[in-house]
Ligand binder design. Structure first.
Ligand code: C5P
Length: 212
């Protein structure tokens, strides 16, 4: 058994931005608050915490190794290159699932835009970690508007996760979150609505219990 202070964490947070010209992008409503709270809760027990974050308005917690990224591709490279050296990886980032197929070299003029933005899938960072994983504890999030639990369960298996944190999309940018943990033992553990700092502690506690 590792001592708590020796556990190495990799946390992702925030949205990603996917550009279609140098100044315009598609993104999502993630504030990064949940992921930053998780990094802070991890830092309270260990000094080996890396936070890979998309653009947010937040200040990274003190004592955490901060890796800023912008796009899903940059986040993928930052995470994949660090994964082997950690014990716990928690993917709280709201990675854009799609990106524009082409990024114009200069600002698209109003008059010359075709009106169609062609998209392609971004790499699924977490699913790739599921394939690479050895003894690491891997935790993902599922934010859904419909069928939250059945979608979360499907993701748990497909992405090779140890457990999944299911939350309602109303958690975006909020100070609190209502989550459920879904693991392989089959039962769903529901938490009441709590400040994100408390949800973060519960996630870290659960992940740490699974470290071999
Ligand atoms: O499939 P979905 O995007 O809903 O899955 C959510 C989980 O997968 C989150 O933990 C998120 O950080 C991660 N994810 C990822 N790479 C993507 C999309 C999502 O790692 N391209």
């Amino acid at each position: 058994m590792k001592s708590l202070a020796d556990i190495r964490f990799l946390i992702t947070a925030g949205p990603t931005r996917e550009f279609f010209d140098p100044i315009r992008y598609i993104s999502n409503r993630s504030s990064g608050k949940m992921g930053y709270a998780i990094a802070e809760a991890a830092r309270a027990i260990s000094s080996a915490v890396m936070l890979v974050s998309g653009p947010t308005a937040l200040t990274p917690p003190k004592g955490v190794e901060f890796v800023p990224v912008t796009t899903a591709q940059e986040m993928a490279e930052a995470v994949w290159s660090r994964f082997e050296a950690v014990d716990v990886c928690i993917m709280a980032a709201a990675v854009c699932d799609f990106r524009p197929k082409k990024t114009a070299a200069s600002k698209i003029k109003k008059g010359s835009f075709s009106g169609v933005l062609e998209l392609e899938p971004t790499p699924d960072i977490l699913a790739e970690l599921g394939r690479r994983k050895k003894s690491q504890v891997l935790v993902g999030f599922a934010a859904e508007t419909d069928d939250l639990e059945s979608n979360a369960r499907e993701k748990l298996v497909r992405k090779g996760l140890d457990f999944i944190v299911a939350n309602d999309t109303s958690a975006f940018d909020a100070e609190t979150n209502r989550v459920a943990f879904i693991g392989h033992e089959g039962k769903v553990e529901r938490l009441t609505e709590l400040p994100k700092s408390e949800v973060a502690k519960a996630i870290i506690e659960r992940a740490v219990r699974l470290v071999r």
